[in-house]
Design a protein around this ligand. Structure first.
Ligand code: AMP
Length: 197
């Protein structure tokens, strides 16, 4: 099973991706997590990406496509994967198409999270509080100012992916403002249909 979760930051993609990993034994490929790991490790990619991420802007297509291309070559990605936070631009979507074509693979579905942007800032503030309460480091870009920039980046670059995948017959939509279990159930229904099609 190969899926993309599409939606603005704070839409719940990460939470649902983790559930899909548990349920289907596929791997979660989160470019945000991979980039944060690169920043923490101080790699060349991390050094290039850090300031851009802290400002809530998008890291270059070249860097992100390179990371994903390497990651999907790893053995654990053979059983399938759920992409979370990638692609974010049309160039990334085209690069992904080319990678999959070269391997003779196809996407099963692209699941779009419909959300109310006005409520997302509140969610992200809560995410930061919960993280802090759990004694974990809070993401530097999870503050209202940078978050607003991240939402703008989504609207100007990533929203174009919905029509891209709709035209290819892959786009399915869930209500990202519904309770977590309900979103999971909607995704499960979509996947049942996609896999039996
Ligand atoms: P996320 O964890 O998905 O919210 O991503 C955190 C940050 O990492 C984003 O604000 C971007 O700076 C960077 N990032 C993650 N995925 C991508 C991507 N596919 N393309 C460009 N930048 C990305």
């Amino acid at each position: 099973m190969r899926l993309i979760l599409l939606g603005p930051p704070g839409a719940g993609k990460g939470t649902q991706a983790q559930r899909l990993v548990e349920r289907h034994g596929i791997v979660q490929l989160s470019t945000g997590d991979m980039l944060r790991a690169a920043v923490a490790a101080g790699t060349e990619v991390g050094l290039k990406a850090k300031a851009v991420m802290d400002a809530g802007q998008l890291v270059s297509d070249e860097i992100v496509i390179g990371i994903v291309a390497d990651r999907i070559e790893e053995p654990d990605a053979r059983k399938g994967f759920v992409l979370d936070g990638f692609p974010r631009t049309i160039a990334q979507a085209e690069a992904l198409d080319a990678m999959l074509k070269q391997k003779g693979l196809k996407l099963d579905a692209v699941i779009e999270f419909k959300v109310d942007n006005d409520k997302l800032v509140g969610r992200i503030v809560q995410r930061a509080k919960d993280t802090e309460a759990a004694g974990l480091p809070v993401r530097k870009d999870d503050n209202p100012e940078v978050f607003t920039k991240r939402l703008q980046e989504f609207a100007s670059l990533t929203a174009a992916l919905s029509p891209y995948y709709r035209e290819r017959g892959l786009l399915r939509t869930v209500d990202g403002m519904a309770p977590i279990d309900q979103v999971s159930a909607s995704i499960a229904a979509i996947l049942d249909e996609a896999v039996s099609a």
